[in-house]
Every structure is written in structure tokens, then in C-alpha cells.
Design a protein around this ligand. Structure first.
Ligand code: ADP
Ligand code: ADP
Ligand code: ZN
Length: 209
């Protein structure tokens, strides 16, 4: 199955994707995570995108499309994939259609208040990328990843100024994809507001699993 996870920053896409990988046996491809590892490695891609991402803006379409096209063309995704955080613009969605046909687009439905609460408390493992939350999903030991012992930190783009920018960018550039995919009959809405286990159940029901 080829899935897109579509929703505002902080909606819980990465958190659900980690669970859906086990349920469906397909890999999770997060453009944000790819960019963050490029930044950590100080690769040419990382150096190019760091300032843009920290400011809460979108990386340009050309760079992002090229990255995803390359990733999907390696031939190691025979059973499909979960694309998390791509496409984020109509131009990206149109480009994707030229190299891969998705089966379903999962739209994360939740109010802005929940988004702000989730982004404000989000923490991430610097080493393995697992998500935590200071209230809803704390690591057993403060600031230490349960899974790998890595340092758990607050992302630079989860600072208040960047969050405001990201929500504005989501509304103007990404939310139009909801209508784009609904018209194509690909959209499934998932109530993403309850606690994580319930969201997993809502997701399974929405996909008829
Ligand atoms: P979140 O899920 O919190 O929105 P992501 O980890 O998906 O964050 O993305 C982090 C940042 O990486 C985005 O704010 C943006 O700057 C960049 N990014 C990720 N995916 C894309 C994309 N498809 N197009 C442009 N920029 C992207
Ligand atoms: P996204 O990938 O959409 O940006 P994340 O999966 O990173 O979102 O989740 C954002 C924050 O909200 C993280 O701190 C995560 O632990 C927390 N979170 C995710 N799902 C839920 C949920 N259902 N209820 C409460 N907190 C959640
Ligand atoms: Zn870790």
C-alpha cells in the first residue's frame, strides 16, 4: 500500500507512522527526518536547507521533489510506503503523480489548540529520531531516549516564532492538498485528537484494516 500522511505540523503523523510500519510492514519515509539527518551530517543538502527549516519555511519544491523521486526509485519498496510530510504543496503533489501512484491519503483531523499543545511539548531523540512529549509521552529518564539512550532535545523549528510561521505555511500551501486529493477520491479522514492508541484504532478503521 502506498500512503501519504497529510496534516499540520505536530498532528502526530510521525508517531502514528511508527506504529503503522509494524501494522502494514511498509517503510516510513519522512522528508523532515531526511532533512534533519542531512543537517546533522552537515552534508551539502543539510547546509543548504538548515536556515530555511529553522525559520519554519518550506524547502524549495525542486530540491524536495528530487529527493523523494530518488528515494522512491531505489527499488526497495515492493510493498509500498508511508510518505510523511510529502507532498506539502500542489506542485509537489503534481510531480509525485508523474513517478508514483498513491492508494490513499490519510488526512489528520484535529483542532489548532491540540496542534499547539503537541508542538510546544515535542521532544525528539537526536540519535534515532523517536518522538516524545513532555506531558503525553515522557521518556523514562528525563532527556534520555528509552530506545537508544540518545539525547532527547527540542527541535529548533519547534520554537514559538518558527511554529507560527509553519502553521501559516501549512494553511496557505499544504491545506489545499486536502481538496486536491478529496476530488480524486483518495482522501480518508482520521480523527487524530484522542490519545495515540485510539488514533491507531481510528486509522485502522478508516483504512478498513
Ligand atoms: P512537522 O511534521 O513537524 O511539520 P517535518 O519533520 O515533517 O515537521 O518537517 C520539518 C521541516 O522540514 C518543515 O517545516 C520544512 O521546513 C521541511 N520539509 C519537510 N518536508 C518538506 C516538504 N515536503 N517540502 C518542503 N519542505 C519540507
Ligand atoms: P508530526 O509528525 O505530525 O509533526 P509528531 O508525531 O512528531 O507529529 O507528534 C507531535 C508531538 O505530539 C510529539 O511530541 C508526540 O509525542 C505528540 N503526540 C503524537 N500523537 C499524540 C496523541 N495522539 N496525543 C498526544 N500527543 C501526541
Ligand atoms: Zn533514540
Amino acid at each position: 500500500m502506498k500512503l501519504i500522511f497529510l496534516g499540520p505540523p505536530g498532528a502526530g503523523k510521525g508517531t502514528l507512522a511508527a506504529r503503522a510500519v509494524d501494522i502494514l510492514g511498509i517503510p516510513h519515509i519522512s522528508t523532515g527526518a531526511i532533512f534533519r539527518s542531512a543537517i546533522a551530517a552537515q552534508s551539502p543538502l543539510g547546509l543548504k536547507v538548515k536556515a530555511v527549516i529553522d525559520a519554519g519555511k518550506l524547502v524549495d519544491d525542486e530540491t524536495t521533489i528530487e529527493l523523494v523521486k530518488e528515494r522512491l526509485s531505489r527499488g526497495d519498496l515492493p510493498r509500498g510506503y508511508i510518505l510523511d510530510g510529502f507532498p506539502r504543496t500542489i506542485a509537489q503533489a503534481e510531480a509525485l503523480e508523474t513517478f508514483s501512484a498513491v492508494d490513499r491519503v490519510v488526512n489528520f483531523d484535529l483542532p489548532d489548540s491540540a496542534v499547539l499543545e503537541r508542538l510546544g511539548g515535542r521532544r525528539v531523540c537526536r540519535n534515532c529520531g523517536i518522538n516524545y512529549h513532555i506531558v503525553f509521552n515522557k521518556p523514562r529518564e528525563e532527556k534520555i531516549c528509552d530506545a537508544c539512550g540518545g539525547e532527547v532535545y527540542a527541535r529548533d523549528d519547534d520554537r514559538e516564532e518558527a511554529v507560527a510561521k509553519r502553521l501559516e505555511v501549512y494553511r496557505s500551501q499544504t491545506a489545499p492538498l486536502i481538496g486536491f486529493y478529496r476530488e480524486k477520491g483518495l482522501l480518508v479522514d482520521v480523527d487524530a485528537q484522542p490519545e495515540a492508541n485510539t488514533v491507531v484504532e481510528n486509522f485502522k478503521k478508516a483504512l478498513g484494516l
